[in-house]
Write a protein that binds this ligand. Structure first.
Ligand SMILES: C[S@@+](CC[C@H](N)C(=O)[O-])C[C@H]1O[C@@H](n2cnc3c(N)ncnc32)[C@H](O)[C@@H]1O
Length: 345
């Protein structure tokens, strides 16, 4: 049976799984010890040298960001401080995509962006994915357990507004169901102009591509990605998007496929896909691409719903549903691009 302890958590992924619940990952000794907050006593000799916190009244806050809670169930909506609360020249803010999870899967640019950052901010699991030789170079690491993506992003922004060069990290790419957009939205809501902070989105390999690579070549034609997380998008809207994608000839990648609380979303998704596609449509399932617990399976659409209860499908899984041309050849999922219609080979 799947559990949610591995829930992958950028943006909308995390909150409906077990936000607010104690996570085994979040209490690891390493991550707890490293975690430091701006203005809070961190036990780090360096803490006094970091430029944290707004100039005015945020000193009593345990973090740079003045948002109150790191629990997503609070529906964090308030921005705690505005740009006017900071005297410093803003530092650089980078949203860095770590790729699938192993160091070789990180781009060189991502590694150098992290090495350039004075502070690295992220969900504990992602901070743990960064090689030690990189985290050791940072002045401060700020990691929080599952959920709290808004307060965590605001923390990163406030640290940058306070004059630090900050990297906020996430899996895959910062533009794929991730925090890149949220960072810019929060900056805007704090009264910043787009040019006030030197913001860079540093691309990483998205899960769809990492997972496709494990399956063969299933994504070489038109593709649609759909997240089954109804944390930010209501389920009826997700259903409507799935219908549209499934009745066209797109390959479909499904993010955030299953959690205990989303079991019904997954079942509904399988039902919709089967309404438009044959039962024997090839489906690739990749759990934890590039991570120690990676699992890969190629099956058929008619079998998918039952696999929802299997450990291969959880919140660290991406599912690739083939189009009508996709076939399986020797354990490889192949979606023709169309060359065969123009060339003899
Ligand atoms: C909030 S999204 C983040 C996506 C990420 N920004 C990206 O570019 O891949 C989290 C979802 O990405 C997928 N995912 C992330 N890492 C994965 C991995 N290593 N293997 C398989 N799927 C992964 C899962 O579907 C998970 O629920």
């Amino acid at each position: 049976m799947s559990t949610d302890t591995n829930a992958d958590t950028d943006a909308d992924a995390e909150s409906t799984s077990n936000c607010g619940a104690s996570s085994s990952e979040s209490t690891s000794e390493a991550s707890t010890d490293r975690s430091s907050s701006c203005g809070a006593s961190s036990g780090s000799d360096d803490s006094s040298s970091s430029k944290c916190g707004a100039s005015s009244n945020s000193s009593s806050s345990s973090s740079c960001g003045a948002s109150s809670s790191d629990d997503d169930s609070s529906n964090e909506k308030e921005v705690g401080s505005t740009v006017d609360d900071f005297d410093a020249d803003p530092g650089k803010l980078s949203a860095v995509g770590l790729g699938p999870g192993h160091p070789e899967g990180m781009t060189d640019r991502a590694k150098s962006a992290l090495l350039e950052a004075e502070h690295i901010v992220g969900y504990t699991t992602y901070i743990d994915l960064i090689p030690d030789e990189i985290t050791e170079e940072a002045d401060e690491l700020y990691d929080t357990p599952m959920c709290g993506e808004v307060s965590r992003t605001e923390e990163a922004i406030d640290r940058a507004l306070a004059g630090n060069d900050v990297a906020i990290v996430g899996s895959g790419d910062p533009n794929v169901y991730a925090l890149g957009g949220l960072a810019l939205e929060i900056l805007e809501s704090k009264g910043a102009t787009a040019s006030m902070v030197d913001f860079e989105a540093v691309p990483g390999v998205p899960a769809a591509q990492s997972c496709a690579a494990r399956l063969g070549a299933p994504l070489v034609n038109d593709t649609v990605s759909i997240s089954l997380s109804d944390h930010l998008v209501p389920m009826p809207e997700i259903e409507s998007r799935l219908h549209s994608a499934a009745k066209e000839s797109f390959t479909i990648t499904i993010y955030n496929p299953w959690s205990r609380k989303r079991r019904e979303n997954f079942e509904k998704a399988c039902e919709i896909l089967l309404a438009h596609r044959d039962e024997d449509t090839p489906v690739g399932i990749v759990h934890g691409a590039g991570r120690e617990d990676e699992q890969v399976m190629i099956t058929e659409l008619g079998e998918l719903e039952e696999l929802g209860e299997d450990e291969i499908i959880d919140m660290t899984t991406t599912i690739v549903v083939g189009n009508e041309d996709t076939y399986v050849w020797d354990d490889r999922m192949v979606t023709p691009r169309g060359y065969e219609t123009k060339y003899d080979y």
